[in-house]
Design a protein. Structure first.
Length: 301
């Protein structure tokens, strides 16, 4: 796959992608994530572009998102947001960075939506993975929400999950914990391999798979957006789908037909979601502390 184009101005990006006579005929400010501004750009060519914008120094957000989308697209298994380019522009005060994606026209969820989505996600999890070193991780760090997500590869998934997922979040959240909490956290990390298992094979994950990161397009297909991708245990993606209200049962039934979950998944699910809840604790504050403490005590109290 060719390298994603990068442009030094919004105008240059539009001209290169759509020709010298291109013009923006309408700009819609869109609701969405907390991190970036989002716009729908309607062009005189008849095309429509989804544009994310952030401070110029935060271009790394878009580079990381692009890397995750490209990795998922390369599996040729499941629809993902289509990348167009990244760029920076000095036109406003300190300037800004941007990401162009093909605009996704919304459609209606049909009777096959969740079944098809479950099978396609399982296909992505079954796809071959390849990192420059190690079996689990990613070739670069990225982001989970607004926080850096470390992806230094490891040959063991349990080691990766301890070193690159739980440990950095626990360190960042240390001020929330009591002395008793810290004793239990140390015990959990020291005995993590008593609770988690190595997968039969590494899987490419979306990494932040909740309902807000899935769009139903005009063809009634699920399209993945906003990844925090890495190679890990497929169970971590499935666990995330259950954290804030589970998907319909037909999704899980279809997924398991293609990618069966190992026995005991339900006993591991909360540990995967501990990472997500710790991240919420570090971003949003103490409202998530009780949920974090509850999971810790579920395993080692």
């Amino acid at each position: 796959m060719n390298q994603l184009p990068h442009y030094n101005s919004l105008a240059n990006a539009l001209v290169s992608l759509y020709g010298p006579k291109v013009a923006i005929t309408n700009t819609d400010r869109l609701s969405g994530g907390d991190i970036n501004k989002a716009y729908g750009l309607t062009l005189n060519t008849g095309d429509k572009v989804f544009m994310k914008a952030n401070a110029k120094e935060n271009l790394s957000f878009f580079k990381a998102e692009a890397a995750g989308l490209r990795a998922m697209a390369q599996t040729k298994t499941i629809p993902v947001a289509e990348l167009l380019c990244t760029g920076t522009d000095d036109g406003e005060e300190a300037g800004y960075s941007f990401l162009f994606l093909k605009f996704i026209e919304y459609g209606n969820i049909n009777s096959d939506f969740w079944t098809t989505f479950g099978r396609k996600l399982a296909d992505m999890h079954n796809a071959k993975t390849k990192l420059k070193s190690g079996k689990f991780g990613f070739d670069e760090d990225n982001f989970i929400g607004s926080r850096t997500q470390l992806n230094t590869p490891r040959d063991s998934f349990v080691t990766f999950f301890r070193d690159m997922r739980l440990l950095p979040q626990f360190k960042a959240a240390d001020s929330y914990f009591t002395k008793e909490d810290r004793t239990l956290i140390t015990k959990l990390l020291d005995h993590l391999d008593d609770f988690l298992i190595e997968p039969e094979k590494p899987s490419l994950l979306h990494g932040d798979l909740w309902s807000g990161n899935i769009i139903c397009n005009k063809d009634g297909q699920a399209v993945l957006i906003d990844p925090a991708s890495y190679v890990g245990h497929a169970e971590a993606d499935i666990a995330m789908t259950e954290l804030f209200g589970a998907f319909p049962a037909e999704f899980y039934d279809a997924y398991r037909e293609v990618h069966p979950l190992a026995p005991g998944y339900e006993n591991r699910r909360d540990l995967y979601n501990l990472y997500q809840l710790l991240n919420h604790l570090n971003i949003f504050g103490a409202d998530y502390l009780q949920a974090v403490q509850s999971i810790i005590r579920e395993y080692v109290a």
